[in-house]
Structure formats: structure tokens, C-alpha cells
Design a protein around this ligand. Structure first.
Ligand code: TYM
Length: 332
């Protein structure tokens, strides 16, 4: 069976962009591949974070992942910092990547790369992400469109490492969904939905109660004119709503458009579709939140399974790059 790996930052409550762009694919992938999913808490340190909240947000993010449908009896769910091979492999890959490559990363530039006080970890962030992926010999990485550049770098590093030191890593492929690969903010449809940047009305949380979902969809910013057409460049607001509808109910956003003669009709259907889509997520979350010990046990088991795979890859990479192996190997 081929391997899959993907990750999410520990923001706590996950949003519709995460769900449609990535997690829905994770849920179907877990039945078809040997799948590893991690909450990337070390990545959260690359920007200002609240140490008093990080641990609880990490647990909450894992709980959300189980609520959206990850099943620990068929996939491996773990926390990145519980598997020390991640930062260990990162150093080898930092010594494979170049300064120029990292400086060109869009995320680094957008998040203040020019600023002297930016954390060095923000600069090396994509290398840690490459380590996450390469440690598991993942062939497939299901993510939203915004991760394309990071995946491209991961491929470059794997190919370069293999070229210099011999076949060591599997070169992974990006997997983005056909619809909703980039869910836009409901209030500012030119920018992607994201917990940190969006206004509260612009982001739908997967645990939002039905009345909040309805309110946010009805208040969604639409575009000039009244025609319902799918044209992401000229009509980003309406096109985003059509994508949400297509993602929730199936179908093609372009083909759904002619069925509508008004924005309000479209919004009503989008709201209903999203409420139904997220209803089971809320219900499962209620059950899971009542027993946090269960989620912690899942994560402990996940870390053990992840370590076994990651340890073998780390050992291979350390030897390939020429380091003297300690007795018993590198991964103990
Ligand atoms: P993160 O935590 O920002 O997002 C998790 C996943 O959700 C997707 N996503 C979206 N998809 C569509 N529309 C949106 N508005 C939207 N917002 C977020 C993201 O594409 C992602 O798939 N760097 C990564 C985390 C990471 C990772 C990894 C991913 C660390 N290591 C290894 C894959 C493999 C990130 O910050 O995702």
C-alpha cells in the first residue's frame, strides 16, 4: 500500500478551508493508503505563539481531526514533537536546501521575511515540513493549494539528497482536491480563508452551530451585478459560494451556476448544504470532547507507530550523508 502523509498546525478549531481543502481527502485516503497525519506543533513556534495555550490547542486540533472522521484504527494520528526524528532530519535537510531557495518562499515573504526580528524558524519552516513528509516515504501529500510551493521544495530536496548521497527518499506527489482547493474568506473573497487573517464573519469553523453558519453565509460579500456565474477572477465572492456548494453537494461549480437567478437563492442552498455537511462533525466532537483521555491515548499510540517508521528513515539518511553510526544505529 502506498503511503500518505499530511499535517495541520495546532490552531485549535479548524475551519472549512482546512476541511474541504485537506481533511476530507485525508478521511478518504485513510482507507486506501497507509496514512500518517500529524499536528505540527513545532511549526507553531515559528511565529509568535502563546505557551499557555499551545498544548491544549494541539489536543483540540487532534480532537477536531477525529471529529471530521479520521479513524485511528486505520490511520496513524500523532503530534510532531512526540517524534524526535522530525527535528533531527530537518538539520540534514537544512544542509541540503539553499538560502536562496528558502528566501523565495512566498509564505516567508508574506509573513514578514524582510523584517529583522522575524524568527529564524519561519525561514526554515518549509525544511521542517519536508522532513515531516520524507520521514514517512510518503508518495502522496493531500493538501490545499496554498501548500504547492512547500511541496515543490520538498521534492527538490529529496531529489538533490538522493543525487548527492544515493537513493534515500521517496519523491512525493502533491494531491489537491478538484474543487475547494482554495476556499476564500467570506468577507474578503480575494484572500484565502484562514483563522489568523480572516475576520470572524469570514471564516466558518467546522464546529460552528447551524445558526452561525447560516448567518455567515447570508452576510457573505458578493460581487457587483446580480448574475450567478462562476468566474473566480471577476466574481470571486459568488464563485467561492458556488465552489462551497459543489464541494458539499457534489457537482461542478460552473454547471451549478445557471440553476440560480439570485444571490439569495444561492446563499440559502449553500447555507443548508454546509449545515448538513458539518452536522456529523459537531456531533462526533461532542462525544470526543467528553473523553480527552481517549484522544491522548490515540496520540501516544500514534507516536509509537510513527517513530518506528521515522526512525528507520532517519537512520538511512544519517548513514547516507556519511555520519558515523553509533552502535545500534541512529534511531534509538
Ligand atoms: P495549515 O495548518 O495552514 O492547513 C492545514 C491544511 O488545510 C489546508 N488549507 C486550506 N485549503 C483550502 N482553502 C483554504 N482556505 C485553506 N486553508 C488551509 C492547507 O493547504 C493544509 O493542507 N504548512 C502546513 C502544515 C504542514 C504540512 C506538513 C502539510 C506541516 N508539515 C507536511 C503537509 C505535509 C500548514 O501550515 O497547513
Amino acid at each position: 500500500m502506498s503511503r500518505v502523509l499530511s499535517g495541520v498546525q495546532p490552531s485549535g478549531d479548524v475551519h472549512l478551508g482546512n476541511y474541504l481543502g485537506a481533511f476530507r481527502t485525508w478521511v478518504s485516503d485513510q482507507h486506501r493508503h497507509e496514512a500518517f497525519f500529524c499536528v505540527v506543533d513545532l511549526h507553531a513556534l515559528a511565529q509568535e505563539h502563546d505557551p499557555a495555550l499551545l498544548a491544549s490547542r494541539t489536543l483540540e486540533t487532534a480532537t477536531n481531526l477525529m471529529a471530521v472522521g479520521l479513524d485511528p484504527s486505520v490511520c496513524t494520528l500523532f503530534v510532531q514533537s512526540h517524534v524526535p526524528e522530525h527535528p533531527r532530519l530537518t538539520w540534514l535537510l537544512e544542509c541540503t536546501a539553499t538560502f536562496g531557495e528558502l528566501r523565495r518562499m512566498t509564505q516567508f515573504k508574506e509573513k514578514g521575511g524582510e523584517n529583522e526580528s522575524v524568527r529564524a524558524g519561519l525561514f526554515t519552516y518549509p525544511v521542517l515540513q519536508a522532513a515531516d513528509i520524507l520521514l514517512y516515504d510518503a508518495q502522496r501529500v493531500p493538501v490545499g493549494e496554498d501548500q504547492r510551493q512547500h511541496l515543490e521544495l520538498t521534492r527538490t530536496l529529496a531529489i538533490r539528497f538522493n543525487h548527492h548521497y544515493g537513493e534515500t527518499f521517496v519523491v512525493p506527489e502533491l494531491a489537491v482536491p478538484e474543487v475547494a482547493a482554495r476556499v476564500m474568506d467570506l468577507q474578503e473573497p480575494a484572500r484565502k480563508m484562514s483563522k489568523s487573517l480572516s475576520s470572524p464573519l469570514g471564516t466558518i469553523g467546522v464546529l460552528d452551530p447551524p445558526e452561525d453558519i447560516d448567518h455567515k453565509v447570508r452576510r457573505a460579500v458578493t460581487d457587483a451585478g446580480t448574475a450567478v456565474v462562476y468566474e473566480p477572477l471577476t466574481k470571486p465572492g459568488v464563485s467561492n459560494l458556488l465552489e462551497l456548494l459543489a464541494a458539499a453537494n457534489g457537482g461542478d461549480p460552473k454547471e451549478l451556476a445557471p440553476g440560480y437567478t439570485s444571490y439569495s437563492q444561492l446563499k440559502r442552498d449553500v447555507s443548508e448544504a454546509l449545515v448538513e455537511l458539518l452536522r456529523p462533525v459537531r456531533e462526533r466532537h461532542l462525544e470526543l470532547a467528553a473523553d480527552p483521555g481517549h484522544v491522548e491515548a490515540v496520540l501516544a499510540n500514534g507516536a509509537a507507530k510513527a517513530s518506528a517508521v521515522a526512525g528507520a528513515t532517519l537512520d538511512r539518511a544519517m548513514r547516507a550523508i556519511g555520519l558515523l553510526a553509533p552502535r545500534g544505529g541512529f534511531s534509538v
